[in-house]
Ligand binder design. Structure first.
Ligand code: PGA
Length: 251
């Protein structure tokens, strides 16, 4: 049985004050012992969140890292080794906002994935198609190619210590959610692609769904056989809503 994971991606949101409020709200949530929960604050707030959530059974991750794992001369970047030193346990890799708005390539995603693992952290690899690609019938090809770039460069065994998130770009922040069936189809394809290399690894890896997940749609989505939790953006900025999504993953 795969243990569900619900991850909150706070993106470029928050001030010290609003983050403090969110921490307090999260501490009040009753979380199921059967669900892993993680939040991904902006880099600036990681230490505040780690301190604030100490003992709360919530993992803290980063939204990105440098392609080089170790600290060094690379102005403006943060190394996975620094994130590990700070106390992070996970790092998002290849979020569509970075791929599409900041031009991050598959090759960079692969390097970041490897950097994260080389520091003992868990990469959460994001994949997903745009609306144009979906309408052109290319969803499985696009997602398959994003996944293949990591498998081909690093091998299948890296997925023993990784999480995958399927996030259709058209569903992110749009209020449009993939139907549970649409999401399941892609999740099953991701698992099948991993299974071509190693069935055991494919069966064990957690594949999260992301894209306008809310408390109101979480139960249905998380009820699908290959959906192992969610990567939640907007709704993770509200502690009560996020708490309800986490509880949905345990139901
Ligand atoms: P959303 O974002 O929940 O606001 O759609 C999800 C994400 O980008 O990870």
């Amino acid at each position: 049985m795969r243990r569900p994971l619900v991850a909150g991606n706070w993106k470029m949101h928050g001030t010290r004050a609003s983050v403090a409020e969110l921490i307090n709200g999260l501490r009040e949530q009753v979380l199921s012992a059967d669900v892993d929960v993680a939040v991904f604050p902006s880099c600036l707030h990681i230490v505040q969140v780690l301190d604030g959530l100490r003992g709360a059974n919530v993992e803290v991750g980063a939204q990105d890292c440098a392609v080089d794992p170790m600290q060094g001369a690379l102005t403006g970047e943060v190394a996975a080794s620094q994130l590990q030193d700070a106390g992070c346990s996970l790092v998002l890799v290849g979020h569509s906002e970075r791929r599409l708005l900041l031009g991050e390539t598959d090759a960079e995603v692969v390097r970041k994935f490897a950097a994260v693992q080389s520091c003992g952290l868990i990469p959460l690899l994001c994949v997903g198609e745009t609306l144009e690609q979906r309408e052109a019938g290319k969803t499985l090809a696009v997602v398959g190619a994003q996944l293949a770039s990591v498998i081909e460069a690093l091998g299948i065994d890296v997925f023993v210590r990784a999480v995958v998130a399927y996030e259709p770009v058209w569903a992110i922040g749009s209020g449009l959610t993939a139907s549970p069936e649409q999401a399941q189809e892609v999740h099953a394809a991701i698992r099948a692609q991993l299974a071509e290399q190693n069935v055991e690894v494919a069966c064990a890896v957690r594949v999260l769904y992301g894209g306008s997940v809310k408390a109101a749609n979480a139960v249905e989505l998380f009820g699908m056989p290959d959906i192992d939790g969610g990567l939640v953006g907007g709704a993770s900025l509200n502690a009560d809503e996020f708490g309800a999504i986490c509880r949905a993953a345990g139901s």
